[in-house]
Design a binder for this molecule. Structure first.
Ligand SMILES: Cc1ncc(COP(=O)(O)OP(=O)(O)O)c(N)n1
Ligand SMILES: Cc1nc(C(=O)O)sc1CCOP(=O)(O)O
Ligand SMILES: [Mg+2]
Length: 230
């Protein structure tokens, strides 16, 4: 089956007070990022989340980048995003799989191998695994699973694993060495003085600048019908 590779760097928007999420998205796309996850904080109502998601989806369209929406499946449908990212408190993965187009990308948060196997059975396209390191970006998370915890999930399933939580460029390379397909990042880009430069550094760290043929085989290959064209 022909395959299209899931990007290794997932840039997650930062809509906390004081951040400039749209300009950071634009800088990341200009640097070569090819996947943006729209993550409006919970206090944003659906209207403002929709407006923001529509703006990000349009920017992604200009660059041919993948746009995923965190949590709000109906907003993904409304803006024609490529898919969603869902966690334990969101719509179940299999329910989202039933209502989204068959080629939708659906990411699921997992923290240990058994949850990863369940997410695969439920129809996840990829797994978001963390927090690998502690983070100040999100409160109420369980303790960091570290590189051994990340490696245990990578071993348990064939799905591409995206490491999250406290990721920096140096740590991104460590995550790849532990078996992760890639990384998801908020603060290392949003909080950087130069988000475009920080994105470029992270892309290099995950090997996204590698010439074709040097990328690791299989891991991250998403069946084409799951990716599709929008
Ligand atoms: C790639 C990736 N991995 C994990 C998460 C976290 O999702 P979730 O557990 O649903 O928490 P919220 O992001 O909704 O607060 C993610 N967003 N992306
Ligand atoms: C939104 C989120 N979810 C996590 C999880 O482990 O489920 S860690 C996280 C925040 C990641 O931000 P930063 O790159 O700034 O550490
Ligand atoms: Mg969620």
């Amino acid at each position: 089956m022909q395959a299209t590779r899931l990007p290794r760097l997932h840039v997650i928007t930062d809509t906390r007070a004081g951040a400039s999420p749209l300009s950071v998205v634009a800088a990341s796309l200009a640097a070569g990022a090819r996947l943006i996850q729209v993550r409006p904080e919970d206090h944003h109502n659906d209207r403002s989340a929709f407006d923001f998601a529509a703006a990000v989806a349009a920017l992604c369209g200009e660059y041919g980048a993948t746009c995923l929406i965190n949590d709000r499946v109906h907003i993904a449908q409304a803006v024609g995003a490529h898919g969603v990212h869902l966690g334990a408190e969101d719509l179940p993965l299999d329910a989202a799989r039933r209502i989204l187009p068959s080629d939708a990308i659906i990411g699921g948060t997992c923290r240990e191998p058994e949850a990863a196997r369940a997410a695969r059975r439920a129809g996840a396209t990829y797994l978001g695994v963390g927090p690998v390191w502690s983070t100040t970006t999100k409160h109420g998370l369980p303790g960091a699973i570290g590189l051994p915890g990340l490696a245990a999930v990578c071993e348990a399933v064939e799905l591409p694993v995206i490491a999250i939580g406290g990721i920096t460029a140096e740590r991104a390379a460590e995550c790849r060495a532990a078996g992760a397909h890639g990384v998801a990042v908020v603060g290392a880009i949003s909080g950087a003085a130069d988000p475009q430069g920080a994105t470029a550094e992270l892309l290099a760290a995950v090997g996204e600048a590698d010439p074709p043929g040097l990328v690791r085989p299989n891991r991250g290959d998403v069946p084409e019908q799951l990716v599709g064209e929008r």
